[in-house]
Each structure stands twice: as C-alpha cells, then as structure tokens.
Design a protein around this ligand. Sequence first.
Ligand code: NAD
Length: 478
Amino acid sequence: MAQKFKNYINGRWENGVTTGASENPSDLADMVGEYSRADIKQTQEAIRAAADARGAWGGSTPQRRADALDQIGSEIIARKNELGELLAREEGKTLPEAVGETVRAGNIFKFFAGESLRIGGERLASVRPGVDVEVSREPVGVVGIIAPWNFPLAIPAWKIAPALAYGNTVVFKPAELVTACAWALAEIISRAGLPAGVFNLVMGSGRQVGQALVDSAQVDAISFTGSVATGEQILKATAARRAKVQLEMGGKNPLIVLNDADMEQAVECAVQGAYFSTGQRCTASSRFIVEAGVHDAFVSRVRDRVKALRVGHALQRDTEIGPVVSSDQLAQNLSYVEIGRNEGAELVWGGEALTRDTRGHYMSPALFLAQPQHRIAREEIFGPVACVLRADDYEHALSLANDTPFGLCAGICTTSLKRATHFKRHIQAGMAMVNLPTAGVDYHVPFGGRKGSSHGPREQGRYAAEFYTTVKTAYTFA
Ligand code: NAD
C-alpha cells in the first residue's frame, strides 16, 4: 500500500481535500506515495496558527531554539542513507548526490542552531546628551516558504532553519513533485518540541496554496525559490501589500575556459557543473565560453567524457546521471534540443530520449556548438543541455559571460592569477568560481545572484539575518 503524506497544521496531521501521487522518475511503476493536497481554507488555517504562535516563539529563549534546530539537524544526518534514498527515488538525483544533499540539509540546521545564540545588536552613544541608542534585531513574524523540486531537502532547510532560528513562525509549501521529502522533513521537525503552529506544512498547487500565502495579509515575508515567471508574479503581489520578499530564480551560468587552463581540470569542471544532478541545478553551467586556442581540443574532450557518462536509475550504484524529474521537464529539454537544431546550432552529442530497464524520464546529456544569439545560449533550460561559445580572447569571453539577463554564478578555468582576479572583480554574478565547477557551494556563506536571478537579501550563512529579522532602533534617556 502506498505511503500517505499529510499536511501538518497547528501541530496536527491533516488530510487534504484531494490527493496527488508522488512518482519515481527512474521507474514510473514505483509510486513513492500519495500526498494530501490542501486547499485555500486549510492554507489560511495554517497561516492563522503561525500568526497565533508568533508571540510564543519570538519570545522563546535562543537556547530553546538552538536545541530544537540541533536536534533536527542531528536526526537528518543520522538518517542520511534512508533520507538520501527517498530523495534519489523521488527527485531522481543519484544516491551519492542525494545523500550529500541530505547531510548538507542537516548541517544547515546545525549551523543555524549556533546562529540563534549569536543574534547580536549594537549600543551607540547618541548625538544628544544623556541618551543611549540600541539597535536590535527582532523576528519578522510569519514567513511563507515556497520551494522548488530540485533540492527537496537542502532548499527548505536553508529557509526553514534561519526562519526558526531568528524567532519566526513558518508555513512551508513544497513543490508538488517532492512531497515525500517535504513530509519526511516536516515529520522530523514535528518531533523537535516546537509549540503548535510554529511550523506548518501545506502541500498543494502553486495557484491555490502558494498564491494564498503570497496574498495573505498575515504573512509578513515570503522566501521563494523557483522559476523567473513565478518569481515575477510573487514580486508584484508582495510589493502591492508591502510584504518582505526574497526571490532566488533562474540562471544561465557561464564557465570560461582560457588557453592557459589546465585542460583536464577544465573538462572536469565543465562536465560536473553542467551535467551532474541531470543539469537540474540553478547553478549549473550551461554556457562554456572557450578561448579559440583550446576550443577544438576542449570540445573533443568534453564530447568523449559526455559520451561515456552512464545515464540510469538513480538508485543503481554505477549511475552517474539520473533521470529528468518529470515528463514535462523532459519534453521541455527535448524541445530545446529541437530549437537549437532549428536555429542552426551544431549538436555535437546527445539530446535524445533514452530507454532503460525501467520506464522513466531518461535522456542523453547534450552538447551544442552555438552562437551567442541562439535561444539555447540565452534561455534557462534546466536540464542536461549545454553549449559551447567560441571567444577570441579573455576580454571577449568576459563580455559574452556578462551578456545575459541572469547573474547567479559564473566560473573561469585559468592558471593566470591576473585573469582570475580580474574575472572575480568584473563578472556580473552573485557567485564566482575559479578552477571549480559553477555548481557546488558551501552551506555557511551567502548564496544568491544578481540581475534577473535574484531579488532581496542573500540566503544562507549569517547574511540570512538580513531577511529573517527586522531592525529596531531604541532611544533611552536616563
Ligand atoms: P516553479 O516556479 O514552477 O515553482 C516553484 C514553487 O512555486 C513551487 O512550489 C510551485 O508550486 C510554486 N508556485 C507556482 N506558482 C505559484 C504562484 N502563482 N504563487 C505562489 N507559488 C507558486 O519552479 P520549479 O519548476 O519548481 O523549479 C525550477 C526553477 O527553480 C528553475 O527556474 C531554477 O533555476 C529555479 N531554482 C533557483 C534556485 C536559486 O537559488 N536561484 C535554486 C533552485 C531552483
């Protein structure tokens, strides 16, 4: 019998109004479970519960918050293999990638356990005699968390953990493709001793549950990660009611390879950054910008490496690239392969639907030679599809790298300190990598982008305090 995943509202597990199925993209015959879809009324109940709990949690001691977050983080890490298997089964990244994500989620909770003990303030002398000035940080209130499917444990963790650490209450809405992971995380949080209403899980569609969160006057802040189209709608709606908002959206991340690069290292950075996790990372490299002197050698080595990648069931030990997450995403990826061909880009390898022993959403990783104006070189595809652009020299490569509406992450492979330093200063991106893949970041430092990729304060590390707290300046005359 399929496992059933319920919503968690005001400290109780509740059925929804309808149900949905969570599938295994590696094997469509394997149903991961059945989840309850909340409606607008249940979402509003969760919001009310979170609003009622704000006083108690906002006024709780940092020690209590630290203990709860530490307990959650420790349990996630202790159960990394089991949770990693669930994640690989539901989202389709390979088992080692999924276990890695699970450990990262646990570490994030433990990091913010410490941060709840380090909420600081300032005391300054006033410009007026006899007056003291104190600057302190307070919780924002009720935070609505809207997450995508591609990091089902890590992204919710990097939003829920700081929200709770800084004394906010939470209504969490996961993507419908990964409700088993969301439920597993909520189940762990439900046993951490939080008062009823402090943390709520509501599963369901973006149009109903997500929109109800965005529109509610009782939700003080929205933290969103997902597509640009949804982010833009959320920005308009939250601006209209002046709610605090943080958006992490798409990318079209470049990796520059210069003539002086260590070629083996550059090929590994390219392959790992573009194709691992099936290219379904917002920080994935999708444009390799290669200096003319090494262009042909780079293309030939990447093609050989990509040809040899083993695409298969996410839980099989020798799989390097799992399936695409859903039939819609697979159709989108394949349609971009068609678009690339039709606009005159040269397909060097891959880009085809594959069959395996189990029925799933498999495709071969695709490598194109493209021109900067091609749509496949400008639009986010969010799959294992990358293109190579030829650059005359470093300056040309940098200008191609910056010629995009996005600005999440960017990388360079070079042995020149001068070029690496220049790149770090002049690349228009929130994160810059030197001789490293664009995807793969630490959990204790800020994460986020510029231009069309992000809006609002950074996530993660101690910079998360900017979003999850509000500042008060108090004056005392004594
Ligand atoms: P999506 O925008 O379709 O959905 C994201 C979430 O928003 C889901 O929970 C969805 O149900 C909800 N939603 C949809 N419509 C809504 C509405 N009208 N109101 C409120 N909520 C709504 O994105 P996705 O397909 O789940 O994720 C893929 C996208 O996420 C890619 O574009 C990727 O680049 C981006 N992403 C960005 C980052 C980052 O940090 N920059 C990280 C991971 C993924």
